[in-house]
Design a protein around this ligand. Structure first.
Ligand code: PEP
Ligand code: MN
Length: 338
């Protein structure tokens, strides 16, 4: 259950509501939510038990969501959330394209990509400084030096940056440089990390885990929301199935499924979903047609020399021609990119 306590001054109302709920045997968690306070309980009481809270004017609204991802649900918020990161507005009419290299490898590489994607209408630059690699022998990222380069790219181009954070202890450091924090597929159920990025109050890009159901993914988002951070963007990046022809299996049906169940904006990452340069364009177009609010695409000046994910990064020319094709698809479904 979510009880919405209206704008401040509401401390008295919050205390009254907590007291009321406790008498009914319900422990409520208090969540700051924009300028309201939400009181959230684990289970839904019978509506007759809590109606009084609304009738007495203490709560503005009582919501009894049908799923455990209560704050993420459309029952709680019917209109799609708009998450703003600089000029990127996830969930608004325009499709947002997030692009950049898999890993930040050096100044020249990053600045070349940043300038190129900026010219093409990209509104958020991506790049990994801390890389979650399957093998400990593989390139692990430049660490803080990579974060500094991302900040430099932002200075030069005006593009905000999103980058992955791997550990709760490092959230403070990454938040000093980044405009949006990415939680990667491998960390989607790292609950301490989810709470930490929730507390950071920076917008969060939450990838789907390769083994998580849509429901588990939404419950992961709920950890961030429950810290009072409403700025969560979901990113479908493929799940693991028996199919070997692609790196992962892109679950495009997740887009309309999520659209019906959550107000959170939805991105699709065709790079990690397919693992193959040739498959990025068709899947990117299909994602927009399926209703995605945006895309995350890896691009590199020379993909063949990339230190990570070299098979799934477009070169800058391929990326430019994809942007043109995407604009046409976005228009056809009543949206645009530029
Ligand atoms: C990434 O986007 O850099 C990444 C590692 O992706 P994923 O977490 O989806 O594997
Ligand atoms: Mn990658």
């Amino acid at each position: 259950m979510i009880a919405v306590i209206p704008k401040s001054p509401n401390s008295q109302k919050v205390a009254q509501a907590v007291d009321f709920l406790r008498k009914k045997g319900l422990e409520a968690r208090s969540v700051p939510w924009n300028d309201q306070t939400l009181l959230v309980t684990q289970h839904n009481p019978a509506s007759t038990d809590v109606n009084e809270l609304k009738e007495s004017g203490i709560a503005e609204r009582i919501v009894l969501p049908s799923s455990k991802a209560q704050l993420a649900s459309r029952e709680f918020q019917n209109e799609t959330s708009i998450v703003e990161v600089g000029e990127a507005r996830f969930g608004a009419k325009k499709v947002v394209v997030v692009a950049g290299p898999c890993s930040v490898e050096g100044r020249e590489q990053l600045l070349e990509v940043a300038h190129a994607v900026k010219r093409l209408g990209v509104t958020l630059l991506r790049g990994g400084a801390y890389k979650p690699r399957t093998s400990p022998y593989e390139f692990q990222g430049l660490g803080e030096a990579g974060l500094r380069l991302l900040a430099e790219a932002r200075e030069e181009t005006g593009l905000p940056v999103v980058t992955e954070v791997l550990e709760p202890e490092r959230v403070g450091l990454v938040a000093k440089y980044a405009d949006m924090l990415q939680i990667g597929a491998r960390n989607v159920q790292n609950f301490a990390l989810l709470r930490a990025v929730g507390r950071s109050r920076l917008p969060v890009l939450l990838k789907r885990g390769m083994m998580t159901t849509i429901d588990e993914w939404l419950q992961a988002a709920e950890y961030v929301l429950l810290e009072g951070n409403p700025n969560v963007v979901l990113c479908e990046r493929g799940i693991r199935t028996f199919e070997k022809a692609t790196r992962n299996t892109l679950d495009l049906a997740a887009v309309p499924v999520l659209r019906n169940t959550t107000h959170l904006p939805i991105l699709v990452d065709p790079s990690h979903a397919t693992g193959s340069r040739l498959l990025i364009a068709p899947m990117a177009k299909a994602a927009i047609a399926a209703g995605a609010d945006g895309l995350m695409i890896e691009t590199h000046p020379t993909p063949e020399t990339a230190l990570s994910d070299s098979q799934q990064q477009l070169d800058l020319r391929e990326f430019a021609s994809l942007m043109e094709e995407l604009e046409a698809v976005a228009k056809a479904v009543g949206r645009g990119i530029l």
